[in-house]
Ligand binder design. Structure first.
Ligand code: MN
Length: 503
């Protein structure tokens, strides 16, 4: 499932007013066009930036916002007040607007022309106060938005805008997205559960449950030729263990794994699903727990959560969209075990099987090993080490009155010791600021053991996404101290109770 972010548009919207006369408005339009075009061509911005005519009346503003709501590929707006645009004019439009917006606080001229500056220059280049007026109405209306400050040609400004556009694409993708849940939750697990109705209202995606028998039907209908084709592909792309090769003692297990993959693909494609969950407690009619198939489907941009974890499945899908075309991958992940050696504390992330091969630069090895739980035949899986590189782990929890996103910046490190007996893909990392602080903060925040892991995305992408989604956002990074973090948790508790009354 390819994700092409160039199919999406953000609208570049400039506010002004009639006070300055037609000449100034023409100049404003000319400059806006130039900026929109430059942003659209920036290699930092993955979407099209579409210039929209300068807005000078409340009617035109409202009209544009209504148009944006229904425009098919419009993922959001970039707003900029080159001149002054009295912000009462924006109230009706912003009230109606259902797409996210980023406020670009820039100026057409980078420098003050010291020797030539006159009142004409001042009247044209007045975003320094025009954008503050616009900022007021955004804050007065309690609107979530990203504010980006700096000259529009600067790389960091374009990079920041690019990250926001990626988050806006992921948000657009989530609206109406369908998630298939085979079986239910792993029994008694708390954090993977949540309010699916609330999630659909707030976050836009729809989670539908299926009996695993619905999937088994698809698996059983897969023709042998399709299994042959997949097995051939496995042999080309992976180091296949001798027992799984044709004539090997477990060749049939590989074919069973391929059949499950083909069945899953048909089921998900026909139902137009973007993400799915499985659970090892409900596998009636499947020969083995889907491992290899899940890994390969994630690599094809499907979101995934194990043990019925639909929130993480949706998160991994959102991360796949945000990271499309970037260097580095995204995967479902779980904090598995620790290295608690003084001064060298690390975490090892993995799962029973389901880690996405986009996070490695190695040729994965395709192996088969027993699974100590689930009571099914040995499952096939890809085994590899994640690339040593900075990464983020993100989790989404249902806190009862809100969804909370928690992110930890980590550094994946090489494993200096071989792990010959570990039969799963893994990532070994040092969390920021250190393992003790990170794990304490994570646990106090109620952070899940399941995460979305990425080496393509940064905390800024995820923060932008949370902002658009109206989710609480908590970051554990180099600057985290436990005393400040604990206060943030308590203040947020208050904030989310009070804001229900402000909207
Ligand atoms: Mn798990």
């Amino acid at each position: 499932m390819m994700i092409d972010l160039k199919q999406f548009d953000v609208w570049f919207v400039t506010g002004s007013q009639h006070l300055y006369g037609p000449e100034t408005i023409e100049k404003v339009a000319e400059h806006s066009k130039e900026i929109a075009q430059a942003l659209s061509h920036s290699d930092k911005i993955p979407v099209n930036v579409v210039y929209k005519p300068v807005l000078t009346t409340p009617e035109a503003i409202r009209e544009l916002c209504l148009e944006a709501n229904s425009a098919r590929n419009c993922v959001g707006l970039i707003t900029w007040m080159h001149t002054f645009s009295p912000a009462k004019m924006w109230i009706a439009g912003l009230t109606a607007l259902q797409k996210p917006f980023a406020h670009l606080h820039t100026q057409y001229n980078r420098d003050i022309p010291w020797s030539e500056i006159d009142m004409d220059f001042m009247n044209l280049n007045q975003s320094a106060h025009g954008d503050r007026e616009f900022g007021f109405i955004g804050s007065r209306m309690r609107l979530n938005r990203k504010v980006i400050v700096g000259h529009w040609q600067d790389e960091d400004v374009q990079a920041s805008l690019g990250k926001w556009t990626r988050a806006a694409c992921a948000w657009y993708d989530a609206q109406g997205a369908k998630i298939a849940r085979f079986g239910d939750n792993m029994r008694e697990v708390a954090v993977t559960e949540g309010d699916k109705v609330e999630a659909q209202i707030r976050l836009g995606y729809d989670v539908s449950g299926y009996g695993v028998g619905d999937l088994v039907q698809y698996v059983n209908q897969v023709p042998d030729s399709e299994v042959d084709q997949l097995v051939k592909e496995y042999n080309e792309r992976y180091d296949v263990a001798p027992s799984l090769r044709r004539g090997g003692s477990q060749y049939q297990s590989l074919r069973d794994g391929a059949r499950i993959e083909a069945g899953l693909r048909h089921f998900l494609a026909e139902g137009n699903f973007k993400a799915f969950t499985t659970t090892f407690e409900d596998l009636h009619g499947l020969a083995q727990l889907p491992g290899l198939s899940v890994q390969r489907l994630m690599a094809d941009n499907y979101g995934f959560g194990a043990e019925g974890d639909w929130k993480t499945a949706a998160l991994v899908r959102a991360m796949k969209v945000m990271g499309a075309g970037l260097d580095g991958g995204m995967s479902f992940m779980e904090d598995y075990t620790y290295h608690l050696s003084q001064n060298n504390m690390m975490g090892l992330g993995a799962h029973m099987l389901e880690v996405c091969p986009t996070i490695t630069e190695q040729k994965p090895s395709l192996e088969i090993h027993p699974l100590s739980i689930g009571g099914k035949a040995d499952p096939v899986r890809l085994v590899f080490d994640a690339r040593p590189w900075p990464a983020v782990n993100a989790a989404v929890m249902d806190m009862g009155n809100r969804f909370r996103m928690l992110v930890n910046a980590v550094e994946v490190v090489p494993t200096h010791e071989p792990l010959p007996r570990l039969p799963v893909a893994r990532a070994v990392w040092r969390p920021q600021p250190d393992l003790k602080t990170s794990a304490t903060a994570w646990i106090l925040a109620g952070g899940a053991h399941h995460t979305g892991f990425s080496q393509a995305l940064t905390a800024e992408h995820l923060e932008d996404f949370a902002e658009i989604a109206g989710m609480e956002f908590l970051l554990i990074d180099q600057d985290t101290t436990l005393s400040a973090f604990k206060k943030e948790l308590r203040w947020n508790e208050m904030y989310y109770l009070l804001t229900q009354g402000l909207r």
